[in-house]
Design a protein around this ligand. Structure first.
Ligand code: A3P
Length: 315
């Protein structure tokens, strides 16, 4: 590497070393960078992505907070966009986890973004204000999926318990996790700023940002898939609709199907400590009733009331 690159790397390391870090037990440690919490080991990738990524007009960015339905969205959009190449008999989803088929940019699993076929399907948890500058002027599309925070807090707690607890550490209790969640001190949090950043943009630029809710997908998958397909410029034809193509995609990407595939039952995602099976749990709306106390529910509801209601966002 040239000395200029070395200098840049050093500057990034120094910047990261100067950031506040999280107090909780959860690993990886996270750092507060421009008002959001990031997994510290991923920050160099996040910063490099911001600085160097050149969006193309046909790019499709899938964005979410962890545990909001990311895995599902990846499988669905991949299937929609590639349906002329693959059907349920030969889709890569049969042999690869959705996170391998559509990796996260911040995990840097792509050696060569420029070499990817168009439209490039890219995923990230990065909050709206931190997206690379080239995303704005380009015609690339953003699909954001969000989920009722009452369910996200439970889903993320289970995920961390299973995946990210360092050995020899006491269990990360729901109370601790809930507290961190409400303080905003969770990965890619605060959750309210993450959600409202994309929500506001979807209202202002509906052609740029499509805002989806996990709950709506559960309730009306066919209607939601039609909306997604139109948004990304691959609308279903009448023939396809009559031929049951939408239902086929929905079934292929269902929790039941994906969870049941050998490829998703064991093993870790490449370059991570994450078990592939940990992405597939219950997939229910309202599982929080089994875990949260009434005072926890009140607290989270009042945060949502304060942050979301003035913007017309409801769960
Ligand atoms: P639960 O923990 O509530 O079961 P993410 O994909 O963003 O990591 O979110 C994971 C959550 O989505 C988990 O929720 C998981 O069970 C659920 N999920 C994963 N795949 C799904 C699918 N194909 N359909 C519906 N929900 C799915």
């Amino acid at each position: 590497a040239s000395s200029k690159e070395d200098d840049q790397e050093k500057a990034i390391d120094e910047l990261i070393a100067s950031l506040p870090i999280s107090k909780g037990l959860v690993r990886p440690v996270h750092s507060l960078y421009q008002n959001f919490w990031y997994p510290t080991p991923l920050l160099p990738n996040v910063i490099a992505f911001r600085r160097h990524f050149e969006a193309k007009d046909k790019d499709i960015l899938l964005v979410s907070q962890p545990k909001s339905g990311t895995t599902w969205l990846k499988a669905l959009v991949f299937s929609i966009v590639n349906r002329s190449r693959f059907d349920t008999s030969n889709t890569p989803l049969l042999t690869s986890n959705p996170h391998e088929v559509v990796p996260f940019i911040e995990h840097k699993l792509w050696p060569d973004l420029d070499g990817l076929a168009e439209p490039r399907l890219l995923a990230t948890h990065i909050p709206y204000p931190a997206l690379p500058e080239s995303v704005q002027p380009s015609d690339c599309r953003i699909i954001y999926i969000c989920r009722n925070p009452l369910d996200t807090v439970i889903s993320s707690w289970h995920f961390l318990l299973e995946r990210a607890r360092p050995e020899n550490q006491p269990e990360w209790s729901l109370e601790e996790h809930f507290e961190a969640f409400c303080q905003g001190e969770i990965l890619f949090g605060p959750f309210w700023d993450h959600i409202t950043g994309y929500w506001k943009e979807s209202l202002e630029r509906p052609r740029k940002v499509l805002f989806l809710k996990y709950e709506d997908l559960k309730e009306d998958i066919v209607g939601q898939l039609k909306k997604v397909a139109e948004f990304v410029g691959f609308p279903f034809t009448e023939e396809e609709e009559e031929g049951g193509v939408i239902e086929e995609i929905a079934k292929m990407c269902s929790l039941k199907t994906l969870k049941g595939l050998e490829v998703n039952k064991s093993g870790k995602l490449p370059h991570t400590i994450t078990e592939k099976r940990s992405f597939f749990r219950k997939g229910e709306v309202g599982d929080w009733v089994n875990h949260l106390t009434p005072s926890m529910v009140d607290r989270l509801n009042s945060i949502m009331q304060e942050k979301f209601s003035p913007l017309g966002l409801r769960f």
